[in-house]
Design a protein around this ligand. Structure first.
Ligand SMILES: Cc1ncc(COP(=O)(O)O)c(C=O)c1O
Length: 437
């Protein structure tokens, strides 16, 4: 029996008491609960890398605007289902300023986190065509999107993009799209979990194919402008966050306020539907909704029955954040750069102690330092490695639940790890390496 940094008897008991069969295969929230329990039973702090919670204080422009709105009494009043008008216009301006995309305010919809935007979109898109019933995931990806498909009983297919970067992406995508059963394609950019960032060449390939096969592209920008190798932070000035919206008018963007604005707790996000798609009519929608209009069915047929809109005060909060960003008063990218700085140090500590970075390249460049990174340990698969790391006070999630083919890998999130914990992290990694090399 080896002596591990966290008391193994307690860890074993907590795992046995939980409903988790194998730590390495558990969902993000299950791991979170298990680690909460081990921490409170042992009094030891874990290096917590399982959940993408922002590790920064909430955005002050948001908090101020939200408090003001609450004091003015908005809590008593139902908000417009499609979002309050000032917010819709501010989202359109934000998208123009930071992505250089023109979209009308009508297509800019407030949602209960980006999560609700994707849920509503999956539901609606699965109904636009009778003969198309499948979403294609360009993976690895955010596991909850697949969970949403499962609870909605919707079909999806997936491939790991790592070996299909650049021009190779075209043929791979066409091998699915040409079969005629795909209605939409989803990916996140920067990518959760691998942090690869699509280039304009790749986004053009996706956009061109969306036009050729009439596919809707769902671009998840949860980490908008967080490819810190480029400065996307200046309102109205190039370079802009790359987006498929430059290459097709068949898109929906999901812009989360959770990470970029540290506003996860208020559950407010933005869904941006292109002008063309918002106005488009799909005959098959009449089997489910009173209108064949895409935008109308999204707002009045989908968002309405899901939640009757989004928290009134949170919409004012987001309005406050976007206004400050649009006016150049608040550099939201500067605020979150610390995640990249932490990733750089943490990756070094892992590599120095025998671990490998799994998604290590972004085309020909080393992967950028951002909100997430991926790692493995020679001779172990991800599930086994996670099982073992719990005894060393380190928690993360397995890449196996992200649609990655790299089953040896683990996703680490940098946000909750404090710089004061780097010493502990190093010691624990050293102990692990001594025991297993
Ligand atoms: C890729 C991706 N999409 C969506 C979300 C969810 O965003 P929200 O908190 O706005 O619902 C996350 C959160 O981790 C994410 O990583």
């Amino acid at each position: 029996m080896i002596n591990t940094p966290i008391d193994s008897t307690i860890v074993n008991k907590k795992i046995a008491d939980s409903t988790i069969k194998e730590v390495g295969k558990a969902s993000i929230r299950e791991i979170k609960r298990l680690v909460d329990e081990i921490e409170s039973a042992t009094g030891e702090k874990f290096i917590r890398m399982e959940m993408g919670i922002p590790g920064l204080p909430p955005n002050k422009y948001g908090v101020e605007a939200q408090i003001e709105a609450l004091q003015e009494g908005v809590a008593a009043i139902y908000p417009d289902i499609q979002g309050i008008p000032v917010l819709k216009s501010e989202i359109a301006l934000f998208v123009k300023n930071f992505l250089d995309i023109d979209v009308k305010p009508e297509g800019c919809i407030a949602t209960v986190g980006s999560m609700q935007g994707s849920f509503a979109s999956f539901l609606l898109l699965s109904r636009i065509y009778k003969e198309r019933n499948t979403t294609l995931f360009i993976d690895p990806g955010f596991p909850v999107h697949k969970m949403q498909h499962k609870v909605l009983n919707l079909n999806f297919e997936t491939f790991d993009v790592y070996n299909y970067r650049g021009e190779a992406l075209r043929e791979k995508l066409e091998s699915y799209l040409s079969l005629g059963h795909i209605h939409s394609v989803i990916y996140s950019n920067p990518n959760n979990p691998s942090w690869i960032c699509f280039t304009d060449e790749e986004l053009k390939i996706i956009g061109d194919l969306a036009n050729k096969y009439d596919i809707v592209v769902l671009e998840d920008l949860a980490y908008l402008a967080m490819d810190f190798r480029k400065d996307y932070s200046q309102a109205g000035q190039a370079p802009f966050q790359p987006s498929v919206a430059k290459y097709t008018d068949n898109y929906i963007l999901f812009i989360s306020s959770s990470k970029a604005f540290s506003y996860a707790g208020e559950r407010i996000g933005m869904m941006v539907v292109s002008n063309g798609l918002f106005q488009r009519k799909f005959e098959n929608l009449l089997n489910y909704y009173v209108s064949d209009g895409f935008g109308y069915s999204m707002v009045f047929g989908t968002i309405y029955p899901l939640s009757s809109g989004t928290s009134h005060s949170a919409q004012y909060g987001l309005y406050g954040v976007l206004k400050a960003a649009n006016q150049g008063k608040f550099n939201f990218v500067e605020e979150v750069k610390v995640y990249g700085e932490k990733a750089k140090i943490m990756k070094r500590l892992f590599v120095e102690n025998g671990f490998k970075i799994v998604y290590d390249k972004d085309l020909d460049n080393p992967i950028a330092d951002g909100f997430y990174f991926t790692f493995s340990y020679p001779g172990m698969d991800g599930a086994e490695l996670l099982d073992k790391l719990v005894y060393y006070g380190i928690s993360a999630i397995s890449l196996a639940i992200t649609g990655s083919e790299r089953i040896e890998g683990i996703r680490a999130c940098t946000s909750l790890v404090k710089e004061s914990q780097f010493g502990d992290l190093e010691e624990r990694l050293k102990a692990f390496h001594e025991h297993y090399q």
